[in-house]
Structure formats: C-alpha cells, structure tokens
Design a protein around this ligand. Structure first.
Ligand SMILES: [Zn+2]
Length: 424
C-alpha cells in the first residue's frame, strides 16, 4: 500500500507540475486524508490534481476565467500588444500588455515576463497564467513561470465575434470588439518604428454624446476632422483611465452624412474616480484643501522646472520666471479628486493677478498669499473641465477651464467641510 501511495503522489506531482510551491509531503498528507475517508485512490488523485490546478491539458475558455485563478492554460490570439516601462520598487521594468481573444471572449492581459515571444495576430498557447480583477473585469496575468508558445493560426476556430454597439462611456466596461458611432474631433498622421520597419498611423480624438476618447488607426481610412462615422470591429484600451480606441485593417469604417452633437460629460466625482480618468471631463465639487506647492512659484527659464530658493535642480542659480498655480482637492461628499490649475485659471479663481501675488509675497510673505487664497477658495464650490488621469494615488484633473459656482452654496459647502473634518 505504501508503494501504491507513493506512486499516486508521483502521478499527482507530475500532473501538477514542478512549478508549484507545494511539497511532496503536503500532497501525500492530503491524499492519505482522502483514503481515510474511504475515497478510492483514483478519485482522490483526480480530485487533488484538480484542486492544485495541475490539469495541464485542460484548456480554459476566456469566458470561464474568474478573478484569482492560478495555473490557467489558454489558447488564444494576441489582438493587441503594447510595451510599457514601469518602475517597481525603484527598478525599471518592461511589461507587455494588450488584449487576448479566443472563440468565447476577449480579455486584457499584462505580462511580467522579461520577454513576450508573440506578436499581434499570433495564436498562442499560454500555460500557467493567472487572473486578477482589474476595473471590475478579469485580467490575464503572466509571470516568469508562464510559458507562451506560438501555434498555427487554424488551431482556433474563426474568431469572428459580433461587435457590441455602444457609446464611449460604455467602453470602460466592454472588452470585446466594439461598434461606435462617433465624430472625428481631431486627426493627425505620424510615422512610427515598429519591428524594424516604419508604419504610418493616424491618431486623434473622437467623440459622441457621452464622451471623448483618443484613437489610433493602423490603416488609412481617409478620415477627416468633423467626419461622422460608424466604426465596426474596433477595440478599446486605457492609459491612466483615458480611453483609447484602436482601429486595425479589419475594422469597418463607414462615413455617415448625419450631424452629431458631442459633449464634455459632467461626471459625479465618485464616478470619475471609479473610471480612474477620462478625456475632456467636467466635474464639480467643493474645495476642501489647497495643497502644498500652490500659489506663487518661480520656474527655471531653461527647463520650466519648479525652482527652490532661486535655484533650478539642473541649471543652478538662475533668474526664474514668475508663475502661479493651484493644486486643489475637490470633494463632493462621496469622493475626492486632485485638480491642477495654471496661472490664467488661478488668477481668475482667486481674483488676483500674478503681479499682485508677487507683490504680496515680497512685502508680506508667502504665507499671507496662501491665507488670501484659502479665504477666497476654501469651501467654495467650483466647476472644472479638462483631462483626468488616474494612478495609484487617485485621480487628478488638469483643468483647462474653471469657474466658481453659485455663492449661495457656500454655506452648504461649509457644512460639508465640517462633516468631513468630523470624520477625521
Ligand atoms: Zn532648469
């Protein structure tokens, strides 16, 4: 019997693979427990192989992948692949990310492997991947233990999936091929280096009545500014919460003769934080904090860097250019975002020119100017519009326009502030 157990454990180990942080003793212990309960050894083996995810031949369809699964074996097509340099604990690393598709679904992926041996369009067998939840969606992750092998393209059935009709605000939640009706707001062409060759791409901004997105077309669809078009079979990806629509050779583009209204969506702050970011967003909230670095500043005339004590970090002692800026925290009682305002918008909101601010700093000190800014802005409700970016520290909107809203609301805002302070 002992020999038999040992050979079963061997079989389980070889099925599970040697890449698990799982000792022979652990498997044997679990196996014996099954036997104690009278489970036939064959069934016990199968159950343990399944439990430890070692069913290596078992291919999973993308539609069946749930968050936090391990040892995923997939056969899918690389729909898009991009490279990004990121910093992990101070070390710079290259990661690959994009979209994978099989006959059941399309999911985003991130690969932490040092290399990614497949290109856009390749059909690959992926072993030992794992899944995470990202943005309310399942994402496939690959690490150093994940293997990626190229297969013949006909291994997968025809991947023709019906594109899903949606609006720009919906693409945050939709990972399949999309069908969008949009207006081209802006377009430019650019030559880029890819795989040793040059390719011309067309990129810009598109919009509908729910929002705006950046786009990149890998094919010349002869698009012009103000064209209203129907796009069938495009894909979406995101950069810091900014949606980007990708059109490739197989995307169908039809020009329409109709007119289209576009808009800057007004998003409640919790919605914006949930989406992480967005292009040309309008948001409203109460100024609950004026952050450090706000007010009168001096920039290096050479590199525009912020100077400290009359010195640029790169260019040393130099006569700086006077500037104003505001870094605010805007809150509506449900969520908060950071807002950055340039000189022009700062002057407008605080009702003081750069010269006046400079004079206050020179005669009464930096603190006095900040006090003035606080008393004119803190607890006031403002509306800002611009691009919003999300990262691990939250969402920040770079304002292109800003205005103070109805003064009557100020009392309400003060209550909100007291409530928030009470929570701290
Ligand atoms: Zn400088």
């Amino acid at each position: 019997m002992e020999d038999e157990i040992s050979s079963y454990v061997d079989e389980i180990l070889s099925a599970v693979g040697d890449d698990l942080d799982l000792s022979r003793e652990e498997i044997e212990k679990e196996f014996r427990k099954f036997l104690e309960y009278g489970v036939p050894p064959d069934l016990a083996k199968r159950s343990l192989v399944k439990k430890f995810g070692g069913d290596r031949s078992g291919r999973k369809l993308l539609k069946d992948v749930r968050p936090n699964e391990r040892n995923l074996n997939l056969i899918c097509k690389v729909i898009t692949k991009n490279v990004k340099q990121i910093s992990v604990r101070g070390e710079s690393r290259i990661i690959h990310y994009g979209l994978l598709a099989d006959e059941s679904a399309i999911l985003p992926f991130t690969s932490w492997r040092s290399s990614f041996p497949a290109e856009k369009g390749d059909v690959v067998e992926i072993r030992n991947a794992y899944s995470r939840e990202w943005h309310g969606n399942v994402q496939i992750n690959m690490g150093e233990r994940t293997s990626i092998k190229k297969l013949e393209e006909d291994v997968l059935p025809d991947l023709h999936q019906e594109p899903r009709k949606c609006k720009i605000m919906d693409i945050y939640k939709t990972f399949g091929p999309l069908e969008l009706k949009v207006k081209i707001m802006d377009i430019a062409e650019k030559d880029i280096e890819i795989g040793g060759g040059k390719r011309r791409i067309y990129s810009g901004i598109l919009a509908d009545d729910t929002g705006k997105a950046q786009f990149t077309a890998w094919h010349d669809f002869d698009l012009k500014k103000d064209d209203v078009i129907n796009i069938r079979g495009c894909y979406a990806r995101f950069w810091k919460g900014i949606p980007q629509v990708i059109l490739d050779e197989r995307t169908e583009v039809k020009k329409l003769s109709e007119k289209m209204e576009t808009t800057s969506p007004v998003l409640p702050l919790h919605k914006l934080v949930e989406l992480r970011g967005g292009l040309d967003i309008t948001a409203e909230g109460t100024v609950i904090e004026i952050k450090e670095g706000s007010g009168y500043i001096e920039r290096c005339p050479e590199c525009r860097r912020l100077m400290r004590n009359g010195e640029c970090r790169i260019h040393g002692k130099i006569k700086g250019i006077a500037d104003l800026r505001l870094r605010l925290v805007l809150d509506d009682g449900f969520a908060g975002i950071g807002v950055i305002l340039n000189r022009e918008l700062t002057e407008k909101l605080i009702g003081k020119s750069l010269e006046e601010c400079k004079r206050i700093v020179e005669t009464e000190g930096r603190e006095k100017l900040l006090e003035d800014i606080s008393s004119s802005l803190l607890t006031r409700r403002i509306r800002v519009r611009g691009n919003a970016f999300g990262d691990e520290f939250g969402t920040t909107l770079i304002a292109r326009s800003a205005e103070i809203l109805n003064e009557n609301l100020r009392e309400e805002a003060e209550k909100l502030l007291q409530m928030l302070e009470g929570e701290r």
